[in-house]
Design a protein around this ligand. Sequence first.
Ligand SMILES: [Zn+2]
Length: 358
Amino acid sequence: MNGKLAALLRDFAAIQRSKQKMWGYKRAASAIMALEEPIESFLQPDGTLRKIPNIGPSSSRVIQEVLQTGSSPTIERALAGSGQTGDVERRGDPAGHFLSRAQVLAALRNAKLTGPRLEDYHGDLQMHSTWSDGSQTLEEIIEAGIARGYSFSAVTDHSYGLPVAGGVSMAELTRQHEGIDRLNETHRGTFRLIKGIEANIRKDGSVDMEPGELGRLELVVAAPHSALRIAGDQTARMVAAVTTRGVHILGHPRGRKYGSRPGVAADWEQVFKAARRANVAIEIDGDPSRQDIDYDLARRAVQAGCLFALDSDAHSTGELRYAETAIAHARLAGVPTERIVNCWPLDRLLAWLASRSG
Ligand SMILES: [Zn+2]
């Protein structure tokens, strides 16, 4: 119900003429997706809704309507009157398999599911620091990782090819690596910070760094950040990316965004087979607005024999819990734990990284 209501509120947001109302309904949709409990549990005996942060009175009325009657005549009337029903249906992503936070927690608790448990997860392999567009320092990443029971994490700031995301220059990377070496010395035996990068996959499938530069990193996540609204097939682009020497993980493979764009269209079977042959891991990105790939597509990657990386894509320490979204999708897909690189012991992980380095 949380997911259904959030989708309804997003549809409603899309047809608002006032920017303020649009943001209000969008904020309410995100707040519902982030609830840890089913929305029904917020209903009071008198039929009204308990106060939820970021959900205003008009969103509350819509929610009450849906909980009481199963639908929202208010939204249906507004959609019909807007003449945009078709647009909204196209924008809506009924097969997106986005999980609400409540569904994530339910999947983590569900003992009938196979796949990784929270305690099998030893470290997060995609996140951003103050060196690019993140707000967490390297020290904070280590402390927060230790607090979550991790034994490693990778810092994967954006590459210099992505200046809009504060991409790091090679000179900055050299200084960052000196800092990482010092921190690893301090935390030796307890925690290992891995020197990574998130490189951009260009439209032609090439990665926006030179081969020699990729070789200076321990971990390369290659991910699409441009040409994401092209309707045509992009199989060749994604196959080229996963067969690039030095790439370890195909990050958020589709580049989709909740309520905004479905991302890259490709023959994923072919991409997964190429990744399997190249020994490249397919990422399940746990950012709630990405959830890329989702459990449905992940089942096909399991069948293709792929390795997996389950990552938070966190930009702050508070977002490290997004890894749980990725773990939930892996559980729903039945990804075998031994195929998840985050669940390997550190020495096995480092050996795999070294074997693929450029
Ligand atoms: Zn990215």
